[in-house]
Write a protein that binds this ligand. Structure first.
Ligand SMILES: Cc1cc2nc3c(=O)[nH]c(=O)nc-3n(C[C@H](O)[C@H](O)[C@H](O)COP(=O)(O)OP(=O)(O)OC[C@H]3O[C@@H](n4cnc5c(N)ncnc54)[C@H](O)[C@@H]3O)c2cc1C
Length: 388
């Protein structure tokens, strides 16, 4: 796509060494069999404490993560900002289940909000609800299953942690994304996110919920919450994504024999994603949104909508976002043209970030033998540098 063709801009801040590392990495993970073997090996090694952290840190971690701490991510933040790309610090500890872990995660998320306060280079904060609440509890709440006394207490604590995080975002004037997760825990997340929007988005948009457009019910849900925002007089903050748990959704629905909640044709997800972008642009009176995608067609479509509706490229109600280490050709070319753009910069201890890294590897394996878009862009840039 013309808009994103300029690989010189896309990789301007990458040294030859960075480029070679990325080439090697995407080449390896483009093979689904190798990816399966490697992720299995990494999981086993981490579980049994084998000394492989060094290898992970020098390769996949370096490509997709900012550092092990907020401070350790500073270089990445500054480097991105040199190209007018913001950072969204994403504390990526996943799969935690103890109250202590939830407390620590809450503190860390608030630390990212404080860090973002007054820093133009960090325009948003983010958190994943399962970092601050037990998965099983979110599932029970989502399915309206009666809670016992201990679970009722856990629910109160979870709501209080989310309210504390949202209040901190509101007080420090840092817009905050709430990530979306598996459909069978998402209702609990949607309900609390709406409650927080009703409370904190009265005058401006501080709290954003995430809509996964691979879900076949999300367009109607979008219209429903827009009507609610109008009736209850608050602003809707939304992050649009396609959704990261496609295989698990299909697998679970098949196993437990219920109607699959996600589209099974990619083009249906693509269609709904673009419909949602169109709806948001047409209702900017009430909606601010983030287009969280690596998809070139969807990103270009949004630039066309912005142009068609004569909206400023840097209108702060619309932001494009990609993940660190992915689709730099989209991020850097959009930034160069003056659009609002920020990248998720995951950080955290290697062991905790592993589920995130495995998802990135799986996302970049080749489909039906096609070369990934990352790999072909890196090759183009390597050839361009060789020639010049
Ligand atoms: C800034 C940012 C924030 C994100 N936050 C979240 C989040 O909070 N929650 C979350 O779940 N994910 C999140 N993601 C990940 C996102 O959901 C996607 O997994 C990822 O971005 C790939 O989709 P894409 O739009 O970039 O591009 P594409 O490569 O065009 O689309 C791939 C996606 O299409 C969908 N898909 C693939 N095959 C099919 C099929 N056969 N039928 C129907 N649909 C299919 C899947 O969702 C798959 O991930 C985020 C991504 C970004 C960039």
């Amino acid at each position: 796509m013309k808009l994103f063709d300029n690989v010189k801009i896309a990789y301007a801040d990458k040294s030859d060494r960075d480029l070679n590392r990325a080439y090697f990495l995407f080449k390896v993970i483009s093979n689904p069999i190798i990816t399966k073997i490697l992720t299995f090996f990494f999981k086993i090694s981490i579980t049994f404490g084998l000394p492989i952290k060094g290898i992970i840190k020098a390769t996949v971690y370096k490509q997709f993560c900012g550092g092990t701490t907020i401070k350790g991510s500073q270089r990445t933040i500054e480097k991105l900002w040199q190209s007018k790309i913001g950072t969204i610090l994403d504390f990526s500890a996943e799969g935690k289940e103890s109250e202590d872990d939830f407390y620590r995660a809450t503190k860390e998320i608030i630390a990212t909000i404080i860090k973002a306060k007054n820093e133009k280079s960090i325009p948003f904060a983010v958190f994943k609800p399962t970092a601050v609440a037990p998965f099983y509890l979110l599932e029970k709440i989502s399915n309206s299953i009666k809670l016992n006394a201990t679970q009722t207490k856990e629910k109160k604590e979870f709501i209080s942690r989310i309210a504390t995080i949202c209040e901190s975002a509101y007080n420090n004037k840092v817009p905050l994304f709430i990530d979306a997760e598996e459909s069978w825990i998402q209702k609990a997340i949607d309900d609390i996110a709406l409650e927080m929007m009703r409370k904190f988005n009265k005058e401006e948009t501080w709290i954003y919920n995430t809509l996964q457009m691979y879900r076949s019910d999300r367009i109607s849900y979008l219209k429903e919450i827009y009507a609610d925002a109008q009736n209850s007089n608050y602003f809707l903050g939304l992050k649009l994504v396609r959704g990261a748990y496609h295989e698990q959704e299909i697998e679970r629905a098949r196993k437990l024999n219920y109607n699959c909640p996600v589209h099974t044709k990619k083009e249906d997800t693509d269609k709904d994603y673009n419909l949602a972008q169109k709806f948001c642009v047409e209702h900017l009176d009430k909606i601010s949104f983030c287009s969280g995608t690596h998809n070139e067609e969807s990103s270009e479509y949004l630039t066309k909508l912005i142009n068609k509706h004569k909206i400023d490229k840097n209108d702060d109600r619309i932001i494009f976002s990609q993940l660190l280490g992915m689709s730099d050709h989209v991020s850097y070319n959009l930034a160069k043209k003056g659009y609002n753009i920020a990248k998720y910069v995951p950080y955290g201890p290697v062991k905790d970030v592993m589920p995130y890294l495995i998802r990135r590897a799986e996302e970049n394996t080749s489909i039906a033998g096609q070369m990934s878009r990352e790999l072909s862009n890196i090759i183009k840039e390597k050839q361009r540098r060789k020639k010049s």
